[in-house]
Write a protein that binds this ligand. Structure first.
Ligand code: KG4
Ligand code: ZN
Length: 328
């Protein structure tokens, strides 16, 4: 089965063709990072306008690279939420028009569930039940996946998401947007002598990252003029604090729940310090998609749709966006 998927939930216009929920025939991502960088963050109206300009060429390139045409597709998939309303509307309406004109079935996919399914595109097949940590620009969710389509949310962030914290922390340090990759780059090979506080929230599986961000701000303001060597040390302390909490709490929950695997997902899962620490500290096997499948892409949406279609799950003309869609 060949599924063409469209993903426009945030600031990447993406289209992909995936065969049998496993083999990526093409995975095209048109990033808007440079456009939003000049504003220091995503401007929703600019994002949706950019999706409108790029969606057709991105879809055409996905088909071209897969060496296939629309008539050879078995189904379409599209992200319906969560995400920016204007961005989601462009993708959903475009995919619905394609479905109608090409007589193809269509499935609306939860973006968070899609992130989890990036793990099904690797060589090691995930084993269930597993504990999923979704860490992105908008989410820091710990989710128990008992079976396909069976998710239970155990915890989430009480304030900033992990990716949001990286982006805000980078801004405090004067590092460019997006913050996660800039902080990772600045901390390369740095052993820091600075420490920042960790919010453990020991009674729950929730996270909180606004405190460490404020502590970083106070550290910078208290220091006065700083050089790049000090900024790198502060960035490393900030990254250490976020990574240690994510890794420790997730492993503790995985042991408590006796799951078979831990699956990482979302843009922050491409962070090299987070990946290394999970692999070093966890006695439970950890699966982490390659960085290009951690950040937003349409291959994960196509893969997720394959498992939905296997259970006869699809949508009709009433498919609509749900910007606040939750998982579990
Ligand atoms: O999953 P994603 O691409 O989009 C959302 O669904 O939000 O995640 C984007 C987030 C941004 O906040 C970005 O700073 C963060 O992921 N991110 C990283 C890294 N790469 C992207 N955070 C830490 N380290 C990275 N290498
Ligand atoms: Zn995402």
């Amino acid at each position: 089965m060949h599924i063409l998927a469209i993903e426009t939930s945030c600031d990447e216009t993406a289209a992909a063709v995936v065969e049998d929920g496993k083999t990526i025939r093409s995975n095209i991502i048109a990033s808007q990072v440079e456009i939003h960088a000049r504003y220091g963050g995503i401007v929703p109206e600019v994002a949706s306008r950019q999706h409108m300009l790029t969606i057709v060429p991105v879809m055409e390139q996905a088909l071209r690279e897969a060496n296939m045409n629309l008539g050879e597709m078995d189904a379409l998939a599209v992200t319906r939420g969560p995400g920016l309303a204007g961005s989601l509307i462009v993708g959903v309406n475009f995919a619905k028009a394609l479905a109608l004109t090409n007589h193809l079935p269509i499935t609306g996919i939860n973006h968070l569930e899609g992130h989890i399914y990036a793990n099904w595109l690797g060589t090691t097949k995930p084993e269930l039940p597993c504990l999923c940590l979704i860490v992105s620009g908008g989410h820091s969710d710990m989710i128990l996946m008992e079976d396909h389509g069976k998710f239970r949310k155990l915890g989430n962030t009480r304030d900033d998401a992990a990716g949001e914290a990286f982006d805000k922390g980078a801004r405090i340090l004067g590092l460019p947007y997006p913050g996660g990759p800039s902080i990772q780059k600045a901390t390369h090979g740095v052993a820091t002598s600075l420490t920042l506080p960790r919010a453990w929230l020991k009674e729950s599986d929730d996270f909180s990252f606004s405190g460490v961000k404020t502590a970083l701000l106070h550290l910078v303001e208290g220091k006065g003029p700083v050089d790049y060597t000090w900024i790198k040390e502060a960035a490393a302390a900030f990254q250490d604090a976020i990574v240690e909490v994510l890794v420790t709490k997730t492993i503790q929950a995985a042991i408590r729940l006796n799951v078979k695997q831990i699956l990482l997902a979302g843009g922050v899962a491409s962070n090299s310090a987070l990946r290394a620490r999970f692999l070093a500290d966890s006695s439970i096997p950890v699966l982490i998609p390659p960085p290009v499948l951690c950040t937003d892409n349409a291959a994960m949406i196509a893969c997720c749709a394959y498992y939905h279609r296997a259970t006869g799950d699809g949508n009709g003309d009433d498919l609509d966006v749900i910007p606040g869609l939750a998982l579990g």
